[in-house]
Design a binder for this molecule. Structure first.
Ligand SMILES: C[S@@+](CC[C@H](N)C(=O)[O-])C[C@H]1O[C@@H](n2cnc3c(N)ncnc32)[C@H](O)[C@@H]1O
Length: 548
């Protein structure tokens, strides 16, 4: 598929075709039982502080959220020349830090064999796996800040404990994240900032989120990744910036900006935000955000469009791999489609698909209202005259999901790690079968004016409309294509079986992406076709064979 007019060419993803699944090694350390990573919500919950018998806390950064492979030319590593070719982790923190579970064969996550077998068993002939970049791939990290001002610890929990392990030389982090963490550590010590004490609920700095932008048009493309700049969000233990200890926050921000901002010798910081959180719960972020230094918008290039993500919006950790996935995904959207993007976050996938100029409409549906601003900002940079109506709706996709399926020829789902809500699966099964006639009778689009259901009215009020140049989709249209993006292999298998066994959908294509090298998580892109259509194709093929 050519890129949208006026946009640079799609980068070529590095893809390995797996015809015969390659044997993978088992995880080298079997003594570690890793809890599943939390779902990739903006807020990540950490389990309650732990007597020794309680289960271990999950990673701070969702280990299985959504990133993909390599879409822009693989940039050279800055720390080690062999960083992207070696398949070994070679990290001094391995074993203590809970981030990585595997040290060798990072290009073959252990689950890959099972994944390849699963798709082969379901008749998928073109399964591919994109290995992506194996080190320095993480462009987003949420890290706990503990310890003392003299010896701050900035990192993840040690397996099975609430002890934070310092990870200054993390091999997964983008090098700019490690550099910013180093500077933060110095600032904490020099200014006597008190790291958070979980048991007492005291201290000043609780967490830090680091998000890297690798998109800077003023430097050559091949230098952009390595010269990524960091948006730092400091989670401060106070109600707001007027609280008693706020002066220390301002001092810390000034320190970071002076030593890492645009006027410093090492310009590595893009911007600084503060988040205020006093809750004793495990939720990392509070509701109050303040932008304090640098540019407000953190732009990144995803799937051929400029996307700005606020720190409170969900963002993929593996920028390069996510781009690979978007590149592949776009090929499966037929021309003239009406698309609904469920679990859309800030609408990155929906906007990327809209920019392909193949769609008549794109509806994004997301529960986190804080993603609205990011959607609006990103949408403002879309090329003009796309000929596509794009909307973003703040609502729970699991409540009467058929409302969103109606009028859409393509459904894209990208749920959190636990998979699709049962109500979404049920709606997908029913609209693909004759039962959709029953839905048609209740057609909500046909009764737009008479709509009384409060959740739909609320979603409508909160909606954002972009480029409304086309006519409303007809309620006669029902999904023919289902594009499922998954970061949870176990839940995907379950959902996939439900969809297939109901004879509603046929699995046609599948691709896996190494979003989290060093872990056993994998990102899946699966394409389903409505059974009736797929069945017809098969029959045609069989007829042709007979005729020969
Ligand atoms: C894995 S993220 C995907 C986000 C987006 N597709 C992206 O790649 O940036 C899952 C998203 O689903 C949203 N979500 C979770 N439960 C939801 C629900 N019941 N209805 C709508 N969105 C939901 C989360 O807030 C999150 O933004």
């Amino acid at each position: 598929m050519p890129p949208p007019a006026g946009l640079p060419p799609w980068p070529t993803p590095s893809t390995t075709r797996l015809t015969t699944p390659t044997p993978t090694r088992p995880p080298p350390r079997t003594t570690h039982v890793r809890p599943p990573p939390p779902p990739p919500y903006t807020r990540v919950r950490i389990p309650p502080p732990p007597p020794a018998t309680t289960p271990p806390p999950p990673r701070l950064e969702p280990a299985a959220p959504k990133p993909a492979a390599v879409s822009t030319p693989l940039p050279p590593a800055t720390v080690s020349a062999t960083a992207s070719s070696s398949t070994c982790l070679d990290c001094v923190h391995f074993g203590k830090c809970s981030g990585c579970t595997h040290e060798v064969d990072l290009d073959k996550p252990p689950v890959l064999q099972e994944v390849a077998n699963f798709f082969k068993g379901h008749g998928v002939g073109d399964f591919t796996f994109s290995r992506g970049r194996l080190s320095q791939w993480r462009c987003r990290a949420k890290l706990a800040v503990r310890g003392t001002p003299e010896n701050p610890l900035i990192g993840l929990y040690q397996e099975g404990t609430h002890d934070v392990i310092d990870i200054p030389e993390c091999r997964a982090h983008h090098p700019s994240i490690n550099a910013a963490v180093k500077l933060l550590r110095q600032g904490i010590t020099e200014l006597g900032i008190q790291p958070f004490d979980e048991d007492a609920g005291t201290g000043e700095l609780r967490y830090v989120q680091m998000a890297v932008t690798t998109y800077n048009t003023s430097i050559p493309v091949d230098k952009r990744y390595e010269q990524g700049k960091v948006q730092i969000s400091l989670v401060w233990n106070s109600r707001d910036e007027r609280s008693q200890n706020a002066e220390k926050l301002i001092s810390l921000i000034e320190y970071l900006w002076r030593n890492g901002g645009p006027k410093s010798s090492v310009h590595l910081i893009h911007s600084i935000w503060a988040n205020f959180q006093t809750s004793t719960s495990n939720i990392i972020f509070g509701h109050k955000w303040r932008h304090l230094k640098g540019e407000r918008d953190l732009w990144e290039r995803y799937g051929g469009v400029d996307i700005s993500l606020d720190p409170c919006s969900f963002g993929q950790a593996n920028t390069l791999s996510f781009n690979s996935l978007l590149h592949k995904l776009n090929k499966y959207v037929p021309r003239g489609s009406t698309v609904v993007d469920l679990y859309s976050g800030a609408g990155v996938i929906g906007l990327s698909v809209a920019a392909s100029r193949k769609c008549r409409s794109v509806k994004c549906v997301e529960i986190n209202k804080q993603s609205k601003m990011s959607f609006e900002t990103s949408a403002s940079r879309l090329p003009a005259n796309l000929g596509c109506t794009i909307t973003w709706h703040n609502t729970d996709a699991s409540v009467e999901p058929v409302h969103w399926l109606e009028g859409s020829s393509v459904v894209i789902v990208d749920p959190p790690r636990k998979g699709l809500h049962p109500s979404v699966i049920s709606a997908l099964q029913k609209v693909a079968l004759s039962e959709r006639k029953a839905y048609k009778a209740k057609s909500s689009l046909a009764k737009v004016k008479d709509e009384k259901r409060p959740w739909i009215l609320r979603a409508r009020e909160a909606a954002v409309h972009v480029d409304s140049t086309t006519t409303e989709e007809g309620s006669e249209t029902w999904p023919e294509t289902l594009i499922y993006i998954s970061c949870g292999w176990e839940s995907f298998k379950k959902d996939c079986k439900s969809l297939i066994s109901s004879k509603a959908w046929q699995l046609e294509n599948a691709h896996a992406f190494n979003f989290f090298p060093g872990t056993d998580s994998i990102e899946i892109l699966a394409i389903f076709k409505r059974e009736s259509e797929a069945g017809q194709k098969k029959k045609k093929k069989a007829k042709k064979k007979k005729a020969k």
